[in-house]
Structure formats: structure tokens, C-alpha cells
Design a protein around this ligand. Structure first.
Ligand code: RUQ
Ligand code: CUA
Length: 662
């Protein structure tokens, strides 16, 4: 495929069509009829094109994205599942959905959230002692080693409830959720430092730290932003909460964040808006937050030396709030750990270039992207060369001295991603385009590509690493009017695959996203990910136990009673459960420990009990635990929920709940 793109696309398409047409010549007559309606496999390409009203560019796009049966995609795209609370996994270039990973929200096919183990993970994300079963996932980030995706873990944030989740890519399963004890919402997350030392989660809407109450009139004095540095323990594959810490931030609404790399390793950057500290009050005749927050010409990019912050934390220069060590602004401001610099008008997007030398920020209400110079900013901070301080005593660098340049992009530039040729691609929301420009010489956009419509984020292949691949960009469009068959007033979002290899950007495919508004995504080379095919016998993928203490092997199945506690040690294998009859008394607390003892690939069973709102997916080798109170007498079939064999329908049993005698 690579060679084709070097040839002019029209030439290529025509050439190919001629080639195919020659082979079809003798059958051509016979197929003329077919081409008018019922298209046979041997219809010539030209006839097919005419019948389906396809242009040569369409055919070229189809050939660049078609993945025939039995062949695999080149990349995985991990896209946030937005309001679905989960993560979508998509193959590129086919744009076929491969998996939905259950994360913050129950996912019933996988039994995610319908059994003891998975529910315990969801419960880790409870906030304020409440079960939270929905989430607004914004930014997935892959784990990195030396600034390159290593294919081991994926981290995502939940903006609505300030939580971060850890997904293990060995089995594409969520292993941990941590609830931010300080913030009431997050956004700049879940970004990783170049060796995944930390997963960074920065707040969005300021609130008193530790979820306290303070009157809104005390916004400036009591409301705060915060950046949490979740320490990642690679050995365990989990966040170590005790080794994690945080930094207090001013009540500017922190937005996107990114960690430095190479030249900027040890630093991180967060953009912000509402430095006006607008708090609304529309019913009292005050301006809405929206206009209050758009008064200043400049907001502040936060420049953070996290390596130095880490040292100060280790030296105990922190205050403990809600059980977490927090580096307060009086320390971080005076120690050169937290420094501000102006950024034009309600910025969005904050992206470090692959070489780590620059930080690119878009301006929602500005037509430019601003390119900050990492070396200049380091020097200004080292020399303590500031133009002033903000109300919180934080030093401010002079905008003109901190930037490398600005590029006039268009209306509403948001996010920027990079390729392997020194090009940057910025999403332009209002204009609905992808704008390509050079981040080496800050020229005007060399090219703009229309997308459909109102693009938010965009993602490039291996784009957040120190060595992006180029090749593909996916535009993640918020609106899709006129692109898909209508499905009522709630429209799908539109992912558009863009080829960026040739001299010009080419729109290759549309993919409706029907389950949420995805925000960000990351694209990783497929061969970097090596998932297991079957679990070791008895594995509990949620706890990581191999085997689970309650795993059962064939021949050891049993039912154990202890007062009103009934434990069933069960196996599942094609095509029966053992035991297949469970008799309990009304009010008994029943736990089913069930092991799929299959060892063959793709031999999944599932189990559910009528009316008890439980379900587990049992992949080969997996053990799951399900507890419920059998409080309603009756005869309840339980059955296998995956069509696993010719006798799948016969894979069932009965739970008999005898009425209580009294
Ligand atoms: S956001 S469309 Cu990342 Cu939450 Cu910018
Ligand atoms: Cu096991 Cu169906």
C-alpha cells in the first residue's frame, strides 16, 4: 500500500481499474446485466463504481482501508467511551470495533459489575460513600517506556467524578479504579510521564480541596484546583495510593495537561481558563460563567517542575488533606515548581511536541495556536526572570519571552497532534477542519481538510510518543448531520480516518460512534500488544489471583453450607455446569464460585441466575464469584449465556429456593 500512495492517486486508481477490468474482459458481457442491479463478484470495477456511484477517490479510499477476512488491522485505536463510562477499542484502518472494555460502568456482556469481583472494582470508585455507576471518560493514555507506548497498560479518567482507572492490556480488563479524594471533577488526565512513573490527574472545576463546603462568595479564597500525581507500581500493575501526592493549584479552571518528554522530561504543563474567577449567578442578574470567563485576553499556562515537586514532597514540605500529601502554592510558587505564563483567550489543548522542545496550546476564542519554547521557559524560571505575580503569589513569565511563535490557524483551534515529518495537525472546531502546519518553522497551515463536523480531538498514529508514525490521523467529530442513516434526534459521533502519508491529506473512512461522545484516543501499533488467549486455570482476572482461592477443578465440585451461608463450588465445561442443581432456603446467602475449566481458545461460557441481576462471562481458565441473597422463593433456571457448543441450550441447571418454614 505504501508504494501506491507515492503514485498520484488518480493514476493509481485508474491503473488498478484497468488492471482489474482486463481480467474481467471475457466475463464482462455476461455481467453487464448484473451491474445494473444485482452485482455479482465478477462485475467489473467500473461497473461497480457506476452502479454504486463511486468516484476514483472513493475506490482508492476503500482499497486503503479494506481489511479482508482473515487479515488484521495495523493499529489499535483506544478511544474514550465518553458518557458510556467505558473504552472503545477499534482497528485501524478498517475502523471496525473490536471491543468495549468495561471500566466505570457496568457492561453486561462481560458481566462487568454483575458479580462480586467486578463489583468490588466498581466500588473502589465510590465517592462520598456512594456507588457511582456512570462516568464521563475523556482521555485514555497508554503506558510508556522511554516516551514510547509499551503496550502494557491503559489509563483513563472520569471527568464527572474525578476518578482514574487502570486497564491491563494483557487481557483488556480493568484492574483498579482510584477515586480522587481532593477534587470534585477532573480533566487533565490520565496523562503519563515518559516512564509511567506517574499518572497525572488534574482537576477541572475548582472546589474546596477534600470535598468540603465553602460559600461560592469565597471562591477566590477557598476554592482550588489540584494536580494529583498517582504513583504507578509497574510490578503490581496498580496505582500505589500511599506513594501518590498532589499539588494545590489556583482556582483557575485547569483544562488539558501534558507531561514533558526528552528536553522537557520532569516538567508538565496545564492550560487553564476562567482566570477571571467567574462564578455565575444568572438568577440574580449576574453574567453567566460563560461570558464572565471570557473577559481576559490572557489566561495562564501552568508550568510545573514535577521532579522538583517530588523532592519537596519527599522532604515533607506538604500538608495532608483528605489523607493525601499536598504541596501547597506558597511552597511551589517560591521554589520554582509552579510558574505561570499567559496564554491567549480561553485556551484548550496542551500538547508537547515529540522532541519535547515545545508545548502547543490552542485558543477556543483565538485564531492562533501558540508554541511555547521549553528551553526559554526553563531559563526564565532558573533566572527568576518574571514580569509579576498573580494574586496567589505565583510568578508569571512574560508571554513574549516564553514563546517560540504563533500560527494563525483559523476559527477555534483545539488540539494538536504530530507526525514523523515535523508536521502538526490541529483540530479546528468552528471551521470543521484539520489544519496541517509545520511545528519546526511555524508557517501558516499548509493545508486544511474539511471534516464532518465540529471536530474536537484528533489522534495520530503513535502520536504522543517521542517518535510518531505519521500515516493516519483520526478526526473525532462531535456532529454528524447528513453522514449516516437517521436514528432519531441523538446522532452518532463521527470518527473520520484521514490518510496523511501522501502530499495531501485524504479522507478515507467514516465510522459512526453509536455509544457515546468519545473525547480523546490513542493509536498504537498492533504488534506492540500481546494479550493472553486463555487464562491459566482458575485465574481471577480481577484480583489477579492465579488461581483464585475458590477456584474449582473437575471432580472437586461441591456445595458447602454454614448456617444460612451456602457456597457452591462449580465448574463449567462444554456443555454442563457441575453441580446443576442447587437447593437453598429462602433467605440464604448464596455464593457461586464458578470456574471455566476449558483450556481451548475462544471457549467462553457465561452464567446467570434468573431474577438475581447477576451475570459472569467465563473466558477459558477464568474463575468468578457471585453472591446474592436468595430472598424470593421459586424455581430459577440458571444457564450458560454464550452459544458455546451444539448443546449450549442444554447447558443449564436449577436454583430451587424453598419457602421459609416458620
Ligand atoms: S476535551 S474536545 Cu479533551 Cu475533554 Cu477537548
Ligand atoms: Cu456454555 Cu453455552
Amino acid at each position: 500500500m505504501r508504494a501506491y500512495t507515492l503514485i498520484g492517486s488518480t493514476l493509481f486508481a485508474t491503473g488498478l481499474i484497468t488492471l482489474l477490468a482486463v481480467g474481467c474482459e471475457n466475463r464482462h458481457e455476461a455481467n453487464k446485466q448484473a451491474a445494473t442491479g444485482n452485482l455479482g463478484a465478477s462485475a467489473s470495477v467500473k461497473d461497480l463504481m457506476a452502479a454504486r456511484d463511486l468516484s476514483e477517490a472513493d475506490v482508492e479510499a476503500a482499497l486503503k482501508t479494506y481489511v479482508p477476512t482473515g487479515k488484521m488491522d495495523e493499529y489499535y485505536l483506544f478511544a474514550s467511551g465518553g458518557q458510556s463510562g467505558n473504552v472503545n477499542v477499534i482497528g485501524v484502518p478498517s475502523m471496525r470495533m473490536l471491543k468495549v472494555i468495561g471500566v466505570f460502568t457496568p457492561e453486561s456482556w462481560q458481566g462487568w459489575g454483575f458479580g462480586d469481583d467486578t463489583e468490588s472494582i466498581l466500588d473502589q470508585g465510590n465517592q462520598g460513600g456512594r456507588k457511582i455507576r456512570w462516568a464521563d471518560v475523556h482521555h485514555p493514555n497508554l503506558s510508556e517506556t522511554k516516551g514510547d507506548y509499551d503496550g502494557k497498560y491503559l489509563f483513563v479518567n472520569d471527568k464527572a467524578n474525578a476518578r482514574v482507572a487502570v486497564v491491563d492490556l494483557e487481557d483488556f480488563t480493568t484492574k483498579q479504579i482510584v477515586a480522587n479524594p481532593l477534587a470534585a471533577s477532573d480533566h487533565g488526565g490520565a496523562f503519563v510521564t515518559p516512564n509511567t512513573e506517574y499518572i497525572i490527574e488534574t482537576s477541572q472545576y475548582p472546589a474546596p480541596l477534600g470535598r468540603e463546603y465553602a460559600p461560592i462568595e469565597e471562591y477566590a479564597a477557598k476554592y482550588r484546583g489540584v494536580a494529583v500525581f498517582w504513583k504507578f507500581d509497574r510490578e503490581k500493575g496498580r496505582i500505589d495510593k500511599d506513594k501518590s501526592w498532589a499539588m494545590e493549584l489556583p482556582p483557575y479552571t485547569q483544562d488539558l495537561a501534558d507531561a514533558g518528554k526528552l528536553d522537557s522530561d520532569g516538567w508538565m504543563y496545564i492550560n487553564s481558563f476562567n482566570t477571571e474567577l467567574a462564578v455565575g449567578g444568572t438568577l440574580d442578574g449576574k453574567p453567566p460563567i460563560e461570558s464572565g470567563a471570557s473577559q481576559n485576553d490572557m489566561d495562564y499556562l501552568h508550568v510545573i517542575n514535577w521532579k522538583k515537586a517530588e523532592e519537596l514532597v519527599a522532604a515533607g514540605k506538604t500538608k495532608t488533606i483528605a489523607g493525601m500529601r499536598v504541596l501547597m502554592m506558597d511552597v511551589s510558587g517560591s521554589e520554582g515548581v509552579l510558574t505561570l505564563v499567559g496564554e491567549p483567550k480561553s485556551p484548550h489543548g496542551c500538547d508537547v511536541t515529540p522532541d519535547g522542545k515545545h508545548v502547543v496550546v490552542g485558543g477556543k476564542l483565538d485564531t492562533h495556536t501558540t508554541i511555547y519554547d521549553v528551553a526559554k521557559m526553563k531559563q526564565l524560571i532558573a533566572d527568576k526572570k518574571f514580569e509579576g505575580k498573580d494574586a496567589y503569589g505565583l510568578p508569571i513569565m512574560a508571554f513574549k519571552e516564553a514563546i517560540a511563535g504563533q500560527v494563525e490557524i483559523g476559527l477555534g483551534p483545539l488540539h494538536t497532534v504530530f507526525d514523523d515529518q515535523g508536521n502538526a495537525y490541529t483540530s479546528v472546531f468552528i471551521e470543521s477542519v484539520v489544519a496541517k502546519w509545520s511545528y519546526r518553522d511555524y508557517t501558516k497551515p499548509v493545508e486544511k481538510l474539511k471534516v464532518h463536523y465540529n471536530i474536537g480531538h484528533l489522534v495520530s498514529a503513535e502520536g504522543d510518543t517521542v517518535s510518531p508514525d505519521g500515516k493516519y490521523v483520526v478526526a473525532m467529530n462531535k456532529m454528524s448531520m447528513d453522514r449516516f442513516l437517521p436514528v432519531g434526534p441523538l446522532y452518532p459521533q463521527n470518527f473520520q480516518l484521514v490518510g496523511i502519508e501522501g502530499p495531501a491529506m485524504r479522507l478515507l473512512a467514516d465510522m459512526p460512534m453509536p455509544n457515546s461522545e468519545p473525547h480523546y484516543a490513542q493509536m498504537i501499533k498492533a504488534d506492540k500488544i500481546k494479550p493472553v488467549k486463555v487464562y491459566k486455570p482458575g485465574t481471577n482476572p480481577v484480583t489477579g489471583a492465579e488461581p483464585d482461592p475458590n477456584a474449582v477443578v473437575g471432580g472437586k465440585e461441591r456445595i458447602v453450607r454454614n448456617g444460612n451461608r451456602v457456597e457452591v463450588f462449580m465448574t463449567a465445561v462444554r456443555s454442563h455446569f457441575t453441580p446443576d442443581r442447587i437447593e437453598v432456603e429462602q433467605g440464604d446467602v448464596v455464593t457461586i464460585h464458578v470456574s471455566n475449566v476449558e483450556t481451548a481458545e475462544d471457549q467462553t461460557h457465561g452464567i446467570t441466575f434468573n431474577m438475581y441481576n447477576v451475570h459472569s462471562s467465563l473466558e477459558p481458565g477464568k474463575t468468578a464469584n457471585i453472591t446474592f441473597t436468595a430472598d424470593v422463593p421459586g424455581a430459577y433456571p440458571f444457564y450458560c449465556t454464550e452459544f458455546c457448543s451444539a448443546l449450549h441450550l442444554e447447558m443449564l441447571g436449577y436454583l430451587l429456593v424453598k419457602p421459609k418454614q416458620n
